[in-house]
Design a binder for this molecule. Structure first.
Ligand code: AMP
Ligand code: MG
Length: 356
């Protein structure tokens, strides 16, 4: 009886603590990094909640100011203007993002490559007026692509581009990187539960207040109003890459903004690639890479990455998932595919730990 009572009291205390800890929820959406950023935080009181929101947005804004393709005074713009003339000194965060990008290039055998800038430009995705480059132009631009030509000096925090005309583009990783920075800053403030959404890149910090799983919905690549897949996860990041927001159509075929660096052309074959990973940087870079790699090569890579799971949807709407996910078919889940990390998958770290 006594033991029961102690347990009961303990449960009461836990409940009390939980309501103290999550007494206040605040959220805000702001336009940053060319998209909408949403941050939702649970905190003890209104004041600390507002401080947390401001801290998270400040981190995202800082990453944007350093790594934007479009801001003339960003580190990235300076690298692209000066980098082939002499090494450019950059902020340690920019250095880290580029170093991580190179890791993902090596891991994906070049499917992820931030030197695609000249190709993204040639296909008109910077100007917003997409066009077909000529074969000669493609050849010239392809010669400027290749991550091996980025030279990093960690001691001096400098970036050097070995070929004149090279252009870096961090569009495939910067949002995830910004989310990890923001989540880390929140954790440093003592925030234990938060949800961040940066243009479809999601990060779940800690465990949700209600229930034990966070829920993410993935829309149909051909009908953005239709939720097709539901994802239940304990925490961490989810990122999707697809061509359905930035693309042009020509003679019935879609040409999207994710470029196959080997071919010099928009990647083709998948409608979307969604990655679930402990860190948002990982999820962002790998979803872009998997979109380029396509189904077979992508699934092979996934089986080598213990902590990473993915949902790949092909052009003909076939859904394939990596082996660490467990999914219930649409017939059993109100017409939607419902997936979760398999309980047998002991490699996924589970609840969203703070990135570092
Ligand atoms: P995401 O939406 O994260 O897949 O990123 C797509 C963006 O990444 C594009 O708009 C380009 O700015 C850039 N990008 C395109 N192709 C690649 C690639 N193969 N590797 C790395 N970044 C890329
Ligand atoms: Mg990406």
């Amino acid at each position: 009886m006594k033991a029961l009572l102690i347990l009961f009291l303990f449960a009461q205390a836990q409940l009390f603590l939980a309501s103290m800890a999550f007494g206040y929820r605040c959220r805000q959406a702001r336009f940053v990094m060319g998209t909408v950023a949403r941050v939702e935080v649970w905190q003890r009181d209104e004041a600390s909640c507002q401080i947390a929101l401001e801290t998270a947005f400040a981190q995202i804004k800082m990453v944007d100011q350093l790594m934007s393709n479009f801001k003339p005074d960003s580190d990235l713009a300076r690298i692209n203007q000066q980098g082939a003339i002499s090494p450019v000194k950059v902020d340690p965060l920019t250095f880290k993002a580029i170093a991580l990008s190179l890791d993902y290039s090596r891991l994906t055998h070049g499917a992820f490559d931030i030197t695609v800038g000249p190709l993204v430009e040639a296909w008109g995705f910077y100007s917003g007026q997409p066009s077909f480059p000529s074969k000669a132009e493609l050849r010239t631009r392809l010669a400027l692509v290749g991550y091996e030509a980025i030279e990093l000096d960690p001691k001096a925090s400098t970036v050097f581009l070995a070929k004149r005309g090279m252009k870096l583009d961090l569009g495939g990783i910067a949002k995830g990187f910004a989310l990890d920075q923001a989540a880390q800053a929140l954790a440093n403030l003592g925030v234990s539960t938060a949800m961040l959404d940066l243009g479809g890149n999601l990060y779940f910090l800690g465990e949700p207040v209600q229930g034990s799983l966070w829920k993410a919905a993935l829309v149909d690549g051909r009908n953005l109003d239709l939720i097709r897949i539901l994802l239940d996860i304990k925490g961490g990041a989810v990122a999707s890459s697809a061509a359905y927001e930035r693309f042009f159509e020509w003679e019935g075929k879609r040409y999207g903004h994710i470029i196959d660096p080997g071919q010099g052309r928009p990647a083709w074959g998948l409608l979307s690639a969604t990655v679930i990973a402990p860190l948002a940087t990982q999820a962002d870079a790998l979803s872009t890479a998997l979109y380029v790699m396509g189904l077979d090569q992508g699934l092979r890579l996934l089986e080598r990455l213990a902590e990473v799971e993915a949902i790949l949807v092909t052009e003909d709407s076939t859904v394939r998932t990596s082996s660490g996910l467990e999914c219930v078919t649409p017939e059993k889940a109100e017409g939607k595919l419902r997936c979760t990390i398999s309980p047998k998958n002991s490699t996924y770290p589970g609840s969203g730990r703070a990135p570092n």
